[in-house]
Design a protein around this ligand. Structure first.
Ligand SMILES: Cc1cc2nc3c(=O)[nH]c(=O)nc-3n(C[C@H](O)[C@H](O)[C@H](O)COP(=O)(O)OP(=O)(O)OC[C@H]3O[C@@H](n4cnc5c(N)ncnc54)[C@H](O)[C@@H]3O)c2cc1C
Ligand code: SF4
Ligand code: SF4
Length: 472
């Protein structure tokens, strides 16, 4: 049959991990959550192809279709009926991950009435994370409970692109978490302090022009509308808060890493010692990791920058796992997306403060963000408590300042350093690893003279000079 052929993107529900990476980059708002996977609305899709590049599982496929061929069924638009339930509280938190739950705990402890809206049924499940956190990153906000921790981190093995190994001896460096247990634990603490948490509830829309007035959510087919004075956007990179606060800002392919990851059962891991593998053949723009979780289990994955990678994350992952392990069993997939570069200034709009991944508060080099989500949730709640009664402009400014003066500046620096690192060739990375190997030989990480090491590295790599002077 003759006809006009158009590209059409569809989602393979079997492969979709519901990580919302595609939603976060879609410039046409054409992707939405269906029952067991995301769906693409063909009427809104403009065939840009970004979602396909970002998807860590290969669930989005692009096929040429005749315009006359039947298209996938999808909603035309979000049709929101009259609310079944209307509520009012002081603080609404959209998203119950580490950032939202931390905010819920600190805001309710400060005496506010708090509602949390979380689309998942169970906290932290599915896990889309390697679950590593530094001791400082966790204890800065919470005293960890035993059940939150799968294992401790006592050092690291770093592999340069040439496969040479570098051991970093760093006792009590951090933890590999059990995220579902940690998040359920913080949720219980928040509830004990008075917070009300709606699980299996998806926020659909924030209403209000200059400042947020209410949020509309769907729970078991019913529409819930909650009015509040303050809003905290903690719904991750694909959520609605960031879009409401910054409708014009589009996340691009350079601004994220797309990560293929599994929970692996294998005896071929070193207890308490995570591994990091670098190189353009392994993970272009990112790195591959092995995070041991005890009992012969490990989170094994990699992150790549989709704009510079020639293959899909799945392809790189298959190669990595075949090269690194000989005997293993994949227990479950744990794929996802990490924001890595952009920053919103200020991180919010009006009376809505963004925290965690929704604010793009991650470490651009390691791609980690649990610690910053926990911490930004805490300071957002504290700022609301301290600035209560003052103007929203002042409140947002105070949040921005407090973030900048605590972790923000450092993270901005990492974002710039990432640009330098992306330009390094494998050979230059090998040289840097060689220098580090000499410095580390027989010494603990804490005994190192970091500024001297950076100086040595920069001397041989002038590309990094501009950025590294901030560390010296
Ligand atoms: C593969 C992978 C490995 C990673 N490894 C690490 C690591 O080892 N260490 C580390 O520190 N970081 C890691 N990260 C990053 C880390 O997972 C995030 O930075 C962290 O989860 C951010 O927390 P958050 O609370 O801001 O957002 P999230 O954890 O994304 O939580 C957002 C919550 O909002 C909910 N939500 C979203 N939209 C809506 C809506 N419309 N209505 C209601 N609820 C909604 C979601 O269900 C979710 O529970 C990794 C990420 C990936 C993808
Ligand atoms: S192809 Fe582009 S417009 Fe269409 S769903 Fe994917 S990201 Fe959105
Ligand atoms: S990017 Fe994530 S949510 Fe989108 S189709 Fe792929 S796995 Fe599903």
């Amino acid at each position: 049959m003759e006809g006009n052929f158009v590209a059409m993107y569809t989602v393979d529900a079997q492969k979709c991990a519901m990580c919302w990476g595609c939603i976060s980059v879609c410039p046409a708002d054409a992707i939405f959550q269906g029952k067991s996977s995301v769906l693409i609305n063909p009427d809104l899709c403009d065939n840009c192809g970004l979602c396909e590049k970002v998807c860590p599982t290969g669930a989005i496929v692009n096929e040429d279709h005749s315009e006359t061929a039947p298209q996938q069924s999808a909603r035309k638009d979000i049709i929101i009926s009259e609310p079944d339930t209307v509520r009012e509280c002081d603080v609404v938190i959209i998203g119950g991950g580490p950032g939202g739950l931390s905010a819920a705990y600190f805001a309710s402890r400060a005496g506010f009435s708090v509602c949390v809206i979380e689309r998942r049924e169970k906290f932290g499940i599915p896990v889309a994370c390697a679950e590593g956190i530094s001791t400082e990153g966790l204890t800065r906000v919470f005293e960890p409970k035993r059940e939150w921790i799968s294992t401790t981190i006592e050092g690291a093995l770093i592999f340069s692109p040439d496969g040479e190994e570098l051991f970093v001896d760093h006792p009590r460096a951090g933890f590999v978490l059990n995220r579902p247990k940690m998040e359920s634990g913080i949720a219980e603490m928040a509830k004990d302090s008075g917070a009300e948490i709606f699980t299996s509830t998806q926020a659909l829309r924030i209403s209000g022009k200059n400042f947020a007035e209410s949020v509309i959510a769907k729970r078991n087919g019913e529409i819930l509308k909650i009015y509040a004075k303050y809003f905290i956007g903690a719904d991750g990179i694909g959520g609605i808060s960031r879009r409401w606060a910054f409708p014009q800002k589009q996340i691009g392919l350079m601004d994220i890493e797309t990560c293929a990851q599994v929970l692996l059962k294998t005896e071929e891991i070193t207890e308490n010692i995570p591994e990091f593998h670098w190189g353009s053949e392994i993970a272009p723009g990112g790195y591959a990791w092995v995070f041991p979780k005890g009992k012969n289990l490990a989170n094994v994955g990699l992150g790549i920058v989709p704009s510079i990678a020639k293959n899909s994350p799945q392809e790189f992952f298959k190669n990595f796992i075949a090269r690194r392990f000989s005997k293993y069993k994949i227990i479950e997939r744990r794929d996802g997306i990490v924001p890595t570069t952009m920053r919103f200034k200020p991180p919010g709009r009006g009376n809505l403060l963004l925290v965690g991944d929704a604010a793009l508060f991650t470490n651009s080099i390691s791609g980690t963000g649990i610690d910053t989500a926990l911490f930004s949730g805490k300071i957002a709640a504290e700022v609301i408590a301290e600035m209560h009664g003052q103007s929203y402009i002042k409140m947002l400014k105070e949040y921005d300042n407090r973030w900048k003066n605590s972790l923000g500046r450092q993270l901005d620096l990492y974002a710039r350093l990432r640009n330098g690192i992306l330009k390094l060739s494998d050979e230059e990375m090998n040289k840097i690893a060689g220098m580090l190997r000499r410095q580390l030989s027989g010494r603990k990480w804490t005994a190192l003279n970091i500024p001297k090491i950076v100086r040595d590295i920069v001397f041989f790599n002038p590309k990094l000079l501009k950025i590294a002077r901030h560390f010296l």
